[in-house]
Ligand binder design. Structure first.
Ligand SMILES: NC(=O)c1ccc[n+]([C@@H]2O[C@H](COP(=O)([O-])OP(=O)(O)OC[C@H]3O[C@@H](n4cnc5c(N)ncnc54)[C@H](O)[C@@H]3O)[C@@H](O)[C@H]2O)c1
Ligand SMILES: [Zn+2]
Ligand SMILES: [Zn+2]
Length: 394
């Protein structure tokens, strides 16, 4: 089959690789019909190279049709089912899964690196499981993971259940916005766009910050109050000005470790990328390599006693944080990988009706054949041609 494989920093290619096969009775094989590129894939493309091996298949936002089912998965999925595959691989029956902490599943946790549940297409840190930017995908834990969706509507109606929608839903839940309250969303990539729309749908006043004109424009079109980072020297001060001097009740950081505006950390990330893998892994696991601009601004923006929800990915162990301000303001912080399946029941009614209240069919800007995936990565990374979400169609 054809699959998108990592070959080095900034180098992904569509290769011919062996078809996946059932390996465990809990496996299923899915023929992929749509599979998206995520901001998290860009970290692999740029920063996380030391944790990848040449030939690793990327992708964790796939959906498709079940082609083959292992004996123990048969009670959950059947050949021919239309399914969306959550990005985290969870067993559904361990201590963590019983508590709906699916991103921490104890059956698939990667103990070698002391990390949470295995993820599709996501480095040795998360199990090095072949990903879904491919014609076929082996789905482990298929007795629990796959989300069955109805026939009829186009793939894009359901595709984002794999990651973007549950992640954004969790971002809003964790933001704990009081009734009639306000939230600032930093970053208007797919996650920031959907977090903004969900918060608005749930009744909040939503302000959002980015520096890419097309992304600001899409958010504005969905009724979000937008601020262009480039127009304001002091974004938190501007937001306080617009909120009676207090800042918003809650803040969602949907940017993560590659934030714009940290030249020194950006250089450190590049230098780490030039080290031999073993040395780079060591540095990345012991140093503060994150660019903290968005998180720093989140701390300054949140109202006293408010909540910061960090949904963008961070990875440094020695990142300097403004503890004085965090403690003095009495800020609550919640963060982590999305527990995808936990939020599916909340989302499904918003996807299944006639309308499209979250505008899920107004997020994808580029649909490309799998063969053009390398161009898709470049478009998305450089935010060229108004790219916001790129969907590949094998
Ligand atoms: N926690 C999870 O489970 C989970 C799941 C999916 C994605 N993510 C993470 O969420 C983040 C966003 O993902 P995405 O797909 O939307 O990616 P993206 O790269 O398209 O979006 C990031 C956006 O932030 C903007 N930005 C950069 N610096 C900024 C700054 N200083 N202030 C304001 N905006 C800034 C960029 O212009 C861009 O539009 C990534 O870190 C991704 O890894 C987390
Ligand atoms: Zn993703
Ligand atoms: Zn589990």
């Amino acid at each position: 089959m054809k699959a998108l494989a990592w070959h080095g920093t900034g180098d992904v290619r569509v290769d011919n690789v062996p078809d996946p096969r059932i390996e465990q009775p809990t496996d299923a094989i899915v023929r992929i019909t749509s599979t998206a590129i995520c901001g998290s894939d860009l970290h692999l493309y740029d920063v996380l190279g030391p944790f990848l091996e040449e030939g690793d298949i990327l992708g964790h936002e796939p959906m498709g049709i079940v082609e083959e089912v292992g004996s123990e998965a048969a009670a959950h999925v059947q050949v021919g089912d239309r399914v969306v595959i959550p990005f985290n691989i969870s067993c559904g029956r361990c201590f963590m899964c019983d508590r709906q902490r699916f991103a921490q599943c104890e059956t698939t946790q990667v103990r070698e690196y002391d990390t949470g549940a295995a993820l599709f297409g996501y480095t040795k840190l998360y199990g090095q499981v072949p990903g879904g930017q491919a014609e076929y995908l082996r789905v482990p834990m298929a007795h629990f993971g796959p989300i069955r969706v109805p026939e009829g509507p186009p793939d894009e109606r359901f595709l984002y259940l794999s990651d973007v929608l549950p992640t954004s839903w969790q971002a809003v839940e964790y933001a704990d916005i009081p009734d009639g309250g306000s939230v600032t969303v930093f970053g208007l990539g797919p996650i920031g766009q959907m977090s903004s729309r969900i918060a608005k749908h749930r009744g909040a006043r939503v302000l959002a910050v980015d520096l890419v004109p097309e992304r600001l424009e899409v958010a504005r079109r969905h009724g979000i109050e937008v601020l262009d980072l480039r127009d304001h020297d002091d974004v938190p001060a501007e937001i306080r000005e617009r909120t009676d001097g207090r800042g918003t009740d809650s803040v969602i950081d949907a940017v993560g470790l590659e934030a714009h505006g940290n030249p020194i950390a950006a250089m450190a990330q590049r230098l780490v990328g030039l080290l031999p893998d073993a040395a780079a892994r060591k540095v990345m696991q012991t140093a503060g390599i994150d660019r903290l601009a968005a998180l720093t601004q989140s701390i300054e923006t949140v109202c006293r006693g408010g909540t910061i929800s960090i949904i963008g990915v961070y990875g440094g162990t020695a990142d300097p944080l403004n503890m004085l301000q965090l403690f003095d303001k009495g800020v609550k912080i919640a963060m982590g990988q999305a527990h995808v399946k936990r939020w599916v029941d909340d989302l499904m009614p918003l996807l299944s009706g006639d309308g499209d209240p979250l505008g899920v069919e107004d997020l994808c800007t580029h649909r490309l054949p799998l063969a053009d995936a390398p161009r898709g990565y470049e478009l998305f990374k450089n935010k060229e041609d108004g790219a916001i979400k790129v969907v590949l169609q094998p």
